[in-house]
Design a protein around this ligand. Structure first.
Ligand SMILES: Cc1cc2nc3c(=O)[nH]c(=O)nc-3n(C[C@H](O)[C@H](O)[C@H](O)COP(=O)(O)OP(=O)(O)OC[C@H]3O[C@@H](n4cnc5c(N)ncnc54)[C@H](O)[C@@H]3O)c2cc1C
Length: 596
C-alpha cells in the first residue's frame, strides 16, 4: 500500500521563503493577525488527518467503489468514508477559509489550498465530497440572497451539508448553451425543475445529512444559448423556515457511472422531477454566478493533480532506493548487494526528478495564485483587488491544464519506476494514474482551458494582463541579471519571456485572418506559458537555495538540484512546443473530413 508524508517543509519554503505570504497577508485587514506559526500548525495538524485518516482508505475505496440502492436511490460510499467525514467535520476542517459571519475560521485561502493539496494526495476520491461543497459555498457567498446565505452557508461551512454542481446533461458538456433542464416559476416564488443531469460528482451519498445541488436550468421564456441559463439551489431535503430538514425533494440518483478512476467518488446520473428550487442571482445570468464555482473548481482540479504528483513521487522515490536490479553502467554502486538499487540508473532518476519538479513547481504556482486570490478577496484597495482578480483569471486555466497534464505525466512515470509492480493494484501506483486522468477532462477539458487562456485571457485584452505578469518576471530578470551564479536560470527565463511575447503577437496576427488559428495553437501555447511560470518560480527558488548553500541544510541542496534539472531537462520542451504552435492551422485542416 502506498504511504504519504505531508510535504510540510516544501510548503513552508514556498509560503515563508519564496512568497513571504505572512507579510503580504498582514496588509489585508481580514488577515492582519496572521502569523507563520499559525499557518504551519494548521497544516501540520491537517497533514496528520490526511496521512492517518483518509490515506489508508484510498486503495480500499478504489477497490470497493460506491453502491446504489435502486429502490431508495441512496448511494453508499466505501467503508470508512462516512466515519472519516465525521472526523473531518468534528475537526472543523470544512470551515478553514470560510467567512466567520457563517461560522468559518476566516483563514487565508492559501491555507485551505495547502490542506486540499494534502487531502488530494491522501485520497482524491474522498476529497471530492467536501471539495465540491467549498465551490458551492463560494458561489452562494458571492451571489446568494441574504436568506439563501443564512439558510445554506452555515451548514456548508460546518460540513453538515455538502454541495454539488449540476451542469452537464447527456447532450451537453462543454457547450452549456445546449442545456434543456426546465425551471417553471411557481406562485410562491420558487421554481419546479425538471430534467436530467449526468456525471454529477458526489451527487448522492450518506456522508452528510443534506446535499445542496446547484443546478443550471432554463426558464420557459429564456433566450436560446448560454444567455438563457439560470442557476438554482435544489436541496436534497427541503429546508423548513426554522432551518430543520423537511420533505425529500424531487432530485435523485438514477444511476452510477462505472469509470476509469476515482471509483470511491459517486459520479451520479441525477433525475429532477418537479424538484423545488430557488433562483441564485438574476434570471438568465446563471452562468456568471456558476462561474464563481467553476473557477474555484478549476483551481481545485489543478490541486488534485498536484496532490497525486506529490504522493506518486514519494512512493516511487522510496521504491527506487529499495528495489535492486542490474548494475550501474559505470560499475557497481552497492557492491555488498546482489545488484544496485534502481535509483542509480539515469532514466529512473529522470522519471523521479520530473515528478519532483512538477510537484514543486506546481506547489509554488498554486500557492502564488492562492495568495493573489486572498488579495482579490480581502484587499481594501480596489485597484489591487481588480489587478489580483485579473491575474488569478489569467493563471487559472494554466493551473487547471498545465498541472493536470503534468500530473498525468508524473504519475505515469512514477508507475513506470515500479516496473511490473506499478501495474498491480496493491502497490497503488496504477490507481494514481487512473485517478489523474479525469483531471484533464472535467471542469472544462484542457483544450477548453487553453482556448480560455489564449482566446479570452490573453488576446481578449490584447495581452494586457499577460504583460503585467510578464513585468514581474522582467523585473526579477533585471535584478538578477548581473549575478553570475544565477545566469544558468536567468538566461533561459529571459529568453523564454521574449519568445512568449513574439509567439503571442504572431498568433494574434494570424487570428485576425482566421480565428481557427487560435484553436490550432492554444494547447501548445498554454504549455509554453505554464513553463514560463514554472521557470520564474524555480529561478526564484534557486536564488534562495544558492544563498542558503552555507547553511548545511540538505533541503536547499535538493531544491537547487531540482531547479537545475528543471531548466536542463524539462524547460527545453518549450522549443518544440513553440515550433508546433507556429506550424499553425494548415496541417490540421488540410485533410478533407471524409478522409478521416
Ligand atoms: C468523473 C466525472 C465527474 C464529473 N463531474 C461533474 C460534475 O460534478 N458536475 C458537472 O456538471 N459535470 C461533471 N462532469 C462532466 C465534465 O465536466 C464534462 O465531461 C466535460 O466538461 C466535457 O464535456 P463532455 O463530456 O460533454 O465532452 P464534449 O463537450 O462532448 O467534448 C468532447 C471533446 O470535444 C472537445 N471540444 C468540445 N468543444 C470544443 C471546442 N470548442 N474547441 C475544441 N475542442 C472542443 C473537448 O475538448 C473534448 O475533447 C464530470 C465528468 C466526469 C467524467
Amino acid at each position: 500500500m502506498p504511504t504519504y508524508t505531508p510535504p510540510l517543509r516544501d510548503m513552508q519554503f514556498v509560503m515563508h521563503e519564496l512568497l513571504n505570504v505572512v507579510d503580504e497577508l498582514k496588509m489585508l485587514p481580514a488577515h492582519a493577525d496572521i502569523d507563520a506559526d499559525t499557518i504551519n500548525a494548521v497544516l501540520e495538524e491537517g497533514g496528520k488527518f490526511c496521512a492517518e485518516v483518509i490515506a489508508p482508505l484510498n486503495l480500499s475505496g478504489d477497490a470497493e467503489g460506491c453502491k446504489l440502492d435502486k429502490t431508495t436511490h441512496e448511494v453508499t460510499p466505501p467503508k470508512g468514508f462516512k466515519e472519516a467525514y465525521k472526523q473531518y467535520v468534528e475537526g472543523g476542517w470544512p470551515a478553514l477559509s470560510c467567512d466567520p459571519a457563517y461560522g468559518g475560521q476566516g483563514l487565508p485561502v492559501l491555507v485551505n489550498q495547502g490542506m486540499y493539496e494534502m487531502m488530494n494526495s491522501a485520497n482524491q476520491a474522498w476529497t471530492m465530497y467536501p471539495g465540491l461543497s467549498h465551490g458551492a459555498y463560494e458561489a452562494l457567498h458571492a451571489h446568494g440572497t441574504p436568506e439563501q446565505k443564512s439558510t445554506y452557508l452555515t451548514k456548508l461551512t460546518s460540513g453538515e451539508w455538502t454541495g454539488t454542481m449540476c451542469l452537464t446533461e447527456p447532450h451537453c458538456g462543454t457547450d452549456l448553451g445546449l442545456l434543456r433542464t426546465k425551471a417553471e416559476p411557481q406562485a410562491d416564488g420558487t421554481y419546479k425543475i425538471t430534467g436530467q443531469k449526468i456525471f454529477i460528482s458526489a451527487g448522492e451519498h450518506d456522508l452528510a445529512e443534506n446535499i445542496v445541488h446547484l443546478v443550471l436550468a432554463r426558464l420557459p421564456d429564456a433566450p436560446a444559448g448560454s444567455k438563457g441559463i439560470s442557476l438554482f439551489i435544489v436541496p436534497k431535503f427541503l429546508v423548513n423556515a426554522d432551518g430543520t430538514l423537511g420533505a425529500r425533494n424531487g432530485i435523485f440518483c438514477a444511476g452510477l457511472e462505472h469509470k476509469m478512476g476515482i471509483h470511491a467518488n459517486s459520479t451520479c446520473q441525477m433525475v429532477l422531477e418537479d424538484a423545488i428550487g430557488t433562483m441564485v442571482g438574476e434570471p438568465n445570468k446563471g452562468l456568471a454566478a456558476m462561474f464563481v464555482m467553476m473557477n474555484a473548481a478549476r483551481l481545485g482540479v489543478g490541486n488534485q493533480s498536484l496532490g497525486l504528483t506529490e504522493v506518486a513521487y514519494q512512493n516511487a522515490a522510496a521504491y527506487a532506493k529499495d528495489r535492486i536490479q542490474m548494475r550501474a553502467l559505470s560499475g557497481p554502486k552497492a557492491p555488498d548487494k546482489a545488484a544496485d538499487p534502481i535509483i542509480v540508473h539515469p532514466d529512473v532518476r529522470k522519471m523521479l526528478l520530473t515528478a519532483r519538479a512538477y510537484a514543486e513547481g506546481g506547489r509554488a504556482l498554486s500557492t502564488y495564485v492562492a495568495l493573489q486570490l486572498d488579495k482579490a478577496l480581502s484587499s481594501d484597495d480596489e485597484d489591487e483587488r481588480k489587478e489580483c482578480e485579473a491575474e488569478v483569471a489569467l493563471l487559472t486555466p494554466i493551473i487547471k491544464a498545465f498541472l493536470t497534464d503534468n500530473g498525468w505525466i508524473a504519475t505515469s512515470h512514477c508507475m513506470q519506476v515500479f516496473g511490473g509492480h506499478g501495474f498491480i493494484h496493491e502497490w497503488g501506483m496504477e490507481q494514481f494514474v487512473r485517478d489523474a486522468r479525469i483531471n484533464m477532462i472535467y471542469e472544462g477539458t484542457n483544450t477548453i482551458q487553453s482556448l480560455d487562456l489564449l482566446g479570452r485571457k490573453v488576446l481578449g485584452n490584447n495581452g494586457a494582463t499577460l504583460k503585467k505578469f510578464g513585468k514581474k518576471i522582467a523585473s526579477f530578470v533585471e535584478e538578477e541579471g548581473t549575478s553570475e551564479a544565477m545566469q544558468e536560470f536567468i538566461n533561459p527565463l529571459a529568453d523564454l519571456g521574449d519568445k512568449v511575447t513574439k509567439l503571442t503577437t504572431e498568433i494574434g496576427m494570424k487570428a485576425f485572418q482566421n480565428p481557427d488559428e487560435v484553436g490550432a495553437a492554444a494547447v501548445d501555447y498554454l504549455r509554453v506559458v505554464g513553463h514560463l511560470c514554472f521557470a520564474y518560480f524555480f529561478a526564484r527558488s534557486a536564488k534562495i537555495a544558492l544563498e542558503k548553500q552555507g547553511s548545511g541544510d540538505p533541503f536547499y541542496t535538493a531544491k537547487l538540484h531540482t531547479a537545475r534539472f528543471y531548466f536542463a531537462k524539462l524547460l527545453p520542451e518549450t522549443a518544440s512546443l513553440i515550433r508546433t504552435a507556429r506550424a499553425g492551422l494548415q496541417p490540421l485542416m488540410a485533410m478533407d473530413e471524409a478522409l478521416f
